[in-house]
Design a protein around this ligand. Structure first.
Ligand SMILES: NC(=O)c1ccc[n+]([C@@H]2O[C@H](COP(=O)([O-])OP(=O)(O)OC[C@H]3O[C@@H](n4cnc5c(N)ncnc54)[C@H](OP(=O)(O)O)[C@@H]3O)[C@@H](O)[C@H]2O)c1
Length: 258
């Protein structure tokens, strides 16, 4: 039994990961902004699986949020951190709301890095535990018209792989889950649900979470759910960069944006 901290556990992939960790008897700490929803989920997981579930309602874009979470949990051993909370936004970089773009960096990069940095020293001391970071297939190439989102996910991939290598001689599990388009609230929040990319089809959050969960337990470094999604990084590596940029730009557009 582990104590598992999961960010972005109020919906989508994070919620499904929470269900999987609870199913296997782990106690949870769930973080997101929607407190009422988190409390409802906590009650369900507790009654379905008999595990302890603590809720911490936090906006992770706010400066001290990661430190506050760490302080609140200072008397508990956190064995596993799942950095899943994240969002995207589609549109030209020069036109998208500035604060929203900076908040995206604060959530997708800064909070993920801070929580990892705060909780990992104890894992190293105990030579156990793990970090499961939710990146994206977007992390493998530049993504015009969702430029900041793709760049944040490139960070997640690079950061996680770097960490994995640094800790390769330990028992700490380090995994980047890199899903392709997935049917969650993400599509509507980002606006990518109307893109050509999402028109090709999406996976379900349950399946994505299951593959990520199993990959993490098996010690995999990068988990890409779905057969055709697995081919994409290979295609990107074999294609000239100008072509990758131009195809990704088209995929991020919708019929409306032309
Ligand atoms: N869906 C996709 O197509 C897709 C593809 C590749 C990667 N991903 C990645 O998968 C991860 C999970 O996304 P999802 O698809 O499951 O989308 P989702 O259903 O929108 O879930 C996002 C989660 O993040 C939380 N969150 C958002 N802003 C937050 C903030 N400021 N502070 C704290 N929590 C916040 C949300 O909870 P509250 O609203 O309650 O705060 C929610 O629980 C993200 O990192 C996303 O980039 C998604």
């Amino acid at each position: 039994m582990n104590n598992v901290l999961i960010t972005g556990a109020s919906s989508g992939i994070g919620l499904e990961l929470a269900r999987l960790f609870a199913r296997d008897g782990n106690n949870l700490v769930l973080v997101a902004r929607r407190e009422e929803l988190l409390n409802k989920i906590a009650g369900e997981l507790n009654s379905d699986f008999g595990v302890e579930v603590e809720v911490i309602a936090k906006d992770l874009t706010l400066g001290k949020s990661s430190d506050e979470i760490f302080m609140r949990l200072k008397d508990r051993e956190i064995d596993i951190v799942v950095n899943n909370a994240g969002f995207g936004a589609v549109g030209p970089f020069s036109e998208l709301d500035y604060k929203r773009q900076v908040d995206m960096i604060k959530l997708n990069i800064t909070a993920l890095t801070s929580l990892t940095r705060l909780f990992i020293p104890r894992m190293v001391e105990r030579n156990s535990g793990g970090i499961l970071n939710v990146g994206s297939l977007a992390g493998f190439q530049p993504g015009p018209y969702a430029t900041i989102y793709y760049a944040t996910k490139a960070f997640v991939l690079s950061f996680t792989e770097g960490l994995k290598e640094e800790l390769k001689n330990t028992n700490i599990k380090i995994t980047c889950l890199a899903p392709g388009p997935t049917n969650t609230e993400f599509g509507e929040v980002s606006g990518l649900d109307k893109s050509f990319l999402f028109k090709f089809g999406t996976m379900g959050a349950k399946e994505v979470a299951l593959q990520g969960y199993n990959g993490f337990l098996n010690g995999e470094t990068v988990v890409i759910p779905g057969f055709s999604n697995k081919l994409l990084p290979l295609l990107v590596r074999l294609s000239p960069r100008f072509l990758v940029r131009s195809i990704t730009a088209k995929l991020n557009r919708s019929e409306k944006s032309g």
